[in-house]
Write a protein that binds this ligand. Structure first.
Ligand code: GLN
Length: 511
């Protein structure tokens, strides 16, 4: 084990099992790191030092008694603030939920607790998971640990930055259009969107129910597999949860790490490359492909012609679902209630209007308007109905492609991390970041983003995306781990070893 905060979760689990470290030590080391650098990064919205240490003490007692609950018992974790945590604030990055403390745990959180993982805190995110930069958080942006003037991706920039800056060995994210994979790409971390229905959504505050998935945010592919196996599997509380055993994800990651991809057919998606893609991102992508070929994979080009319409379809389907989900924030049931000025006895509707006006940010309002418009009678067929048809065609593109190849690949995002503020006033430019990740959500298929190296132009991380058919999540782990092994060998260590330590920026050096 290298040290407490730079080790992988798999290494920490081994050290805990060997008795060479305690969970209290590990948890405290991460809390110290948070205290040292999160003033600059702002990955966390809420840190639960007391609760995490209590859980760590209990974990150490179990280890001492020889009764650990799970291999990861005692390894601390961070949780995106869109997942309900009993007794801990859950804001979804929104003012409208300020002060809300859920009375129950999301199933994935309950599973973390049942396995003995201390929960360090809740991570920052774009409001209600709408965004690609975490700048839409009502609590201020998260900064990219590689360059504090740049975005960490979104919506789950907090989880990705926490893991990249060694403020947590593991984190949970959610991916509706790319919010696990794109932050992974721009922070040099690994992120997985599981097959739709593979991980419970119970207790995940819904953005768009038909697209949302919870998944792992880690520094290695093996760590993602370990966490995915822990949180995944059937949940009777989620009607879309798949009632069948997960494939062997850890076994697939280990198989891939051994470096043999003989017989694996890899399809490069023609539509997800070319003009408009940053040259340095494309160069790292091409290099990664060569490494897959070296490992024995066969690489071919595959066309998915309807992917060019994915973004447009997504930005009708998502706002439609989001606008009905957000209707529950009515000033009566949760969080904020704002009384309108100058009205003596306001009606419920007037209170609702004042609360939403004050409690929702601009991007949320924009999508509510878009969604209600797309669903309104008279426009429903022209917009929402058409978008659903495009969604079907995208699913068919995937089905046809997966008849020819085992996995599909592309760069995860078209560019490296952009500057804070650069795209904030241009929603379309912001939406374009998810060009390559959205098709997987529309079709429900699994995907991973693995760091592919630093782009020549700016020395910032780029990501390599691997997609597989629904229920074949093990393939993304096998191919992802093979690539990670080959690249780590080439770099002489993990990519994150090249990131700034952040120590020098301590105590708010940046205004
Ligand atoms: N950036 C995308 C959006 O704003 C994806 C969000 C997500 O995956 N939660 O919709």
């Amino acid at each position: 084990m290298s040290d407490r905060i730079h080790s992988t979760a798999a290494e920490l689990a081994e050290a805990l099992a060997a008795g060479s470290v305690t969970s209290v030590d590990l948890t405290q080391a991460h809390l110290d790191r948070i205290a040292a650098v999160d003033g600059d990064v702002h990955a966390y919205l809420h840190v639960d030092a007391e609760g995490a240490l209590e859980q760590a003490v209990a974990s150490d007692e179990r280890r001492a008694a020889g009764t650990p609950l799970h291999a990861l018992d005692g390894v601390p974790i961070a949780v995106k603030d869109v997942l309900a945590t009993a007794g801990l604030p859950t804001t979804c990055g929104s003012k409208i939920l300020e002060g809300w403390i859920p009375p129950y745990d999301a199933t994935v959180v309950a599973r973390l607790k049942a396995a003995g993982l201390p929960i360090l805190g809740k991570t920052n995110m774009d409001e209600f998971a709408m965004g690609s930069s975490t700048e839409h958080s009502a609590y201020g942006p998260t900064r990219n640990p590689w360059d504090l003037d740049r975005i960490p991706g979104g919506s789950g920039g907090g989880s990705a930055a926490a893991v990249a800056a060694h403020m947590a060995p593991l984190a949970l994210g959610t991916d509706t259009g790319g919010s696990i994979r794109q932050p992974g790409a721009v922070t040099g971390t690994v992120g997985v969107k599981p097959t739709y229905g593979g991980v419970s959504r119970y207790g995940l505050v819904a953005l768009a129910n038909s697209l949302d998935q919870v998944g792992p945010v880690t520094r290695t592919v093996l760590d993602s597999a370990l966490l995915h196996e822990l949180i995944g599997g059937h949940d009777p509380r989620d009607s879309t949860s798949i009632d069948q055993p997960l494939p062997g994800l850890v076994a697939a990651a280990r198989q891939g790490a051994a470096g043999d991809l003989a017989g694996v057919r890899v399809g490069v998606i023609t539509e997800l490359a070319g003009d408009g893609w940053q040259p340095g991102v494309m160069a790292r992508f091409e290099e990664s492909l060569e490494l897959l070929v070296k490992a024995g994979a066969e690489v071919v080009e595959v066309s998915c012609p309807h992917f060019v319409h994915a973004l447009a379809a997504y930005y009708l389907i998502l706002p439609a679902e989001a606008s009905s989900n957000l209707a529950k924030f009515d000033a009566m049931r949760y969080g904020l209630r704002v009384m309108p000025q100058g009205i003596d006895s306001p009606s419920a509707e007037e209170v609702m209007r004042a609360t939403r006006e004050a409690g929702f940010g601009d991007e949320v309002k924009r999508r509510i308007v878009l969604g209600t418009y797309a669903l309104s009678s008279g426009y429903y067929d022209a917009y929402y109905g058409q978008a659903q048809k495009v969604r079907t065609l995208i699913g068919r593109d995937f089905a046809a492609a997966f008849e020819q190849v085992d996995v599909l690949v592309s760069p995860t995002a078209p560019t490296t991390a952009f500057k804070l503020g650069e795209k904030l006033d241009d929603p379309i430019a912001m939406y374009l970041n998810d060009l390559a990740t959205i098709p997987a959500n529309l079709a429900g298929v699994p995907g991973v983003s693995v760091p592919s190296g630093l782009a020549d132009e700016d020395a910032l991380p780029a990501g390599f995306q691997v997609l597989a058919p629904a229920l074949a999540d093990e393939r993304v782990y096998r191919v992802g781990a093979a690539l990670e092994t080959a690249l780590t060998e080439k770099w002489g260590g993990p990519l994150l070893a090249q990131a700034p330590s952040l120590e020098s920026t301590q105590n708010g050096a940046l205004a």
